[in-house]
Ligand binder design. Structure first.
Ligand code: SF4
Length: 308
């Protein structure tokens, strides 16, 4: 059943630092949220339990959001600020937010220290192709093998549709970011992810990738319950072996995560060694154990040199 869109005031702050996870490498990312909720309903999405509000809520007091945005940027003129709108929603899936997105972009047009990332699985890129492109605007896509899209991201555009949207965005002059997250790290899926990397680089100019992230599927007790409650089919991925980590999240065993990050990371780097590759919500131990990034580990994404 499709979700309803409602308009409601946001009584809290619009800008929040990305919470990351205790003990994990944090990349000083800032979240700005014009809405909360998403029409796509991916089986593993934390939004399934995060809010009691089951509708998609677009915040009606957006003048407050723009004021906070302006004040924050003015207070931090000497720092590189990296914002993203895709934490509590898909950045582009709601056409109702097209104008808001364009206003955010316009606002940072001459702000060289500010970058904004729009993270999506959608193909709603036309608004961005009808304005002059900006180097401090990054459109980014989460990708998964088509077989996983068909079981876990049922309502989203296919891999092929997403890749076409990425190509158009690059052809227009934007840089893009790519996220393999969540990666479902069962042994049988490894070949699918290696193949996905081949498909990506067959279709996309690697020099236009601003950054590339990988993150294994992880969950909390609350998310596991929400997945089980929302799924009509048994989720085999929950039956894999998981270990409770010291931040309270369950992750695949370390040896398996390392195997995936190394094999996928090496393959990505073999396509273009200059790609800025990082892992999402992993600890120091994992960063020290990976073999693909010893000389160019992109642990920290908040230095300007790293991004542009
Ligand atoms: S697209 Fe992202 S925000 Fe939307 S349901 Fe899927 S994981 Fe959640």
């Amino acid at each position: 059943m499709s979700k309803k869109i409602i308009y409601k005031e946001n009584l809290g702050p619009f800008i929040k630092p990305c919470p990351g996870s205790p003990g994990r490498i944090n990349c000083n990312y800032l979240i700005i949220s014009p809405a909360m909720g998403c029409p796509y309903n991916c089986s593993y999405c934390f939004l399934n339990f995060y809010s009691k509000e089951k509708n998609i809520c677009i915040f009606s007091n957006q003048e407050k959001m723009f004021q906070e945005f302006k004040d924050f940027i003015n207070l931090n003129k000497n720092k590189l600020l990296r914002f993203g709108t895709g934490e509590f929603m898909d950045s582009l899936a709601l056409k109702q937010l097209n104008d808001t997105n364009l206003k955010l972009i316009k606002f940072i047009k001459d702000k060289e220290n500010v970058i904004i990332e729009f993270k999506t699985k959608s193909t709603n890129i036309d608004p961005f192709l009808n304005i002059e492109k900006q180097d401090n605007v990054i459109l980014s896509w989460s990708l998964n093998p088509q077989e996983i899209i068909e079981t876990e991201e049922l309502l989203t555009p296919s891999l092929e549709e997403r890749l076409n949207a990425i190509k158009k965005t690059i052809d227009y002059g934007y840089k893009v970011a790519l996220h393999l997250d969540p990666i479902f790290m069962s042994e049988e899926n490894l070949a699918k992810y290696l193949n996905l990397i081949d498909i990506i680089f067959k279709n996309i100019d690697s020099n236009k990738i601003a950054w590339f992230s990988m993150g294994g599927f992880r969950y909390t007790d609350e998310l596991k319950l929400a997945i089980l409650e929302n799924s009509k089919n048994i989720k085999n991925y929950l039956a894999e072996e998981f270990i409770k980590c010291n931040d309270g999240k369950f992750r695949y065993p370390r040896y398996l995560r390392l195997k995936f990050y190394n094999l996928l990371g090496e393959k990505i780097k073999s396509k273009n060694p200059k790609i800025k590759l990082y892992m999402c919500m992993e600890d120091d131990f994992m960063w020290e154990s990976i073999i693909w990034g010893k000389s160019s580990v992109t642990k920290c994404l908040h230095t300007k040199a790293c991004l542009l």
